[in-house]
Design a protein around this ligand. Structure first.
Ligand code: ATP
Ligand code: MG
Length: 435
């Protein structure tokens, strides 16, 4: 498609991406803007990032750019680093005809899943290796034309998500493409083409073969894109959510399940925060996702071991997080926030003495309070009153705070101050003496 038949203009392409395109061309290589960059510009959207494809190999790219880092095993890629802006440059991928073990460049497992994909090829082969036709468009700054080998422009006009090639084979090669189909359908408000949609339900369980760390990255894209709530509903319809969170899938069987309601509300909340440019954290969503798993776990622990509530609660939180991380690997920096959000929930009940003031000083007070608001919205009754109390408390001055604390003693929701029961501390065994 020549330059005068499309609406892509260099003005809308990031300046670093343009630099990389021109520099590669000047060094004698072909280079194209590809993927989401071209797709979103054609749709009149602001691309999230600009990806580039070239016939230069990663080593050749590295020679041209001093600010280049080579990354990836499954897909070897070059990252050109401009401060916080990173431009991803991929060498054209070729066909991954089965190769022998000596030539370890492309490998598949028994499910047809690609383990490595570092066979280089031509632009046409690269186009065929991309997932959806809307993602397989190439824009060049040498002639300003768009190259379209798989009717990508037609699919954009028809608003259709269509896999390139045989859908089942393509899902088997990389089951994450099922998640991507749903993500793009929601993000771009497009329809998944019948042939592309049909194999998803039968093949959804292939997600079990994807490393939990990669699934976490995908979850961020699915739930923190600004349309998390809609994406969640569609993932459920396709049986994909159930595979992502297999051990808790029964808690999402219908809209009336407490877990369903809480997670859905947390997503709604996150979506509206994104729309208002407010800060968000995945910890909040995961805290909502697994919140209702803790109490049954805690009760089991109490029954089995006779531990006091507090200790059983601590162990239950750890057990739930361990279970969670086996499916979708939540990094440590987030699990510690999830724990804080959970841990502070029972502490909202303790409103005597200095405790409320201390609570306000907790670094994760805000996230925990927002979480309390969600719970209150769903459970109402006592929690509504409690949430309101904390809302007022934050807004009042020092004097009013004192009055609020002393009046809480008179309400029937608070039990009189009791000495905290703690599990007896285990003594460390004395170090063995050498004498
Ligand atoms: P966005 O960045 O808006 O999420 P995108 O289409 O740019 O969307 P990326 O994950 O940035 O998505 O990938 C860039 C391009 O790489 C895609 O457009 C697609 O052509 C190709 N691609 C990414 N993931 C896959 C995959 N799993 N299988 C085949 N091609 C893929
Ligand atoms: Mg992209």
């Amino acid at each position: 498609m020549p330059r005068d038949s499309h609406n892509i203009s260099r003005k809308n392409i990031g300046k670093n991406a343009l630099k990389v395109l021109y520099r590669l061309n000047d060094a004698g290589y072909d280079a194209y803007l590809v993927g989401g960059g071209v797709r979103d510009l054609l749709l009149g959207l602001q691309p999230k990032d600009f990806d580039i494809a070239t016939n230069a190999t990663p080593e050749q790219i590295k020679k041209i750019f001093s600010n280049c880092r080579l990354i990836g095993r499954r897909f070897r890629l070059a990252h050109i680093v401009f401060g916080r802006d990173i431009i991803e440059v991929a060498t054209f991928r070729g066909h991954h005809t089965p190769v022998d073990d000596k030539n370890k460049t492309a490998q598949q497992n028994e499910h047809g899943q690609l383990l490595r994909d570092n066979v280089y090829g031509s632009i046409m082969e690269d186009a065929e290796r991309r997932d959806f036709s809307i993602n397989s468009l190439y824009y060049s700054v040498a002639d300003f034309a768009i190259r379209d080998y798989w009717h990508g422009i037609e699919a954009i006009n028809d608003r259709k998500i269509k896999l390139i090639g045989d859908p089942e084979t393509r899902y088997r090669e990389d089951p994450v493409r099922m998640l991507r189909a749903v993500r793009f359908a929601v993000k771009l408000d497009m329809e998944i083409d019948d042939a592309t949609a049909q194999p998803i339900i039968p093949l959804a369980n292939l997600l079990q073969n994807i490393p939990a760390a990669r699934l976490f990255e995908e979850c961020l894209k699915l739930f923190l894109s600004g349309q998390g709530q809609k994406t969640f509903v569609m993932l459920l319809e396709y049986g994909l959510f159930q595979q992502l969170f297999l051990p808790i899938k029964d808690s999402f069987e219908n809209k009336n399940e407490p877990s369903y309601k809480l997670f859905s509300l947390a997503l709604k909340n996150t979506d509206s925060r994104i729309a208002n440019n407010l800060r968000i954290t995945p910890a909040f969503l995961f805290a909502a996702l697994y919140w209702h798993q803790i109490t049954p776990k805690r009760l089991d622990i109490q029954n089995e071991s006779g531990l006091p509530v507090y200790d059983a609660f601590q162990i239950a939180m750890s057990d739930v997080l361990d279970m969670a991380c086996k499916s979708v690997m939540i990094p440590k920096r987030f699990t510690s926030i999830i724990r804080d959000i959970w841990q502070l929930q029972p502490r909202f009940e303790q409103r005597q003495g200095n405790r409320p003031i201390k609570m306000l000083e907790h670094p994760k007070f805000r996230a925990a309070y927002d979480f309390l608001l969600l719970r209150a919205e769903l459970e109402q009754g006592h929690l509504t009153e409690l949430a309101q109390w904390w809302t007022d408390f934050q807004q009042s001055d020092e004097n009013q705070k004192r009055i609020q604390i002393s009046s809480v003693m008179k309400t029937d929701t608070d039990k009189p101050k009791k000495k905290k029961r703690r599990a007896p501390r285990r003594r460390k065994p004395a170090p063995p003496s050498n004498e």
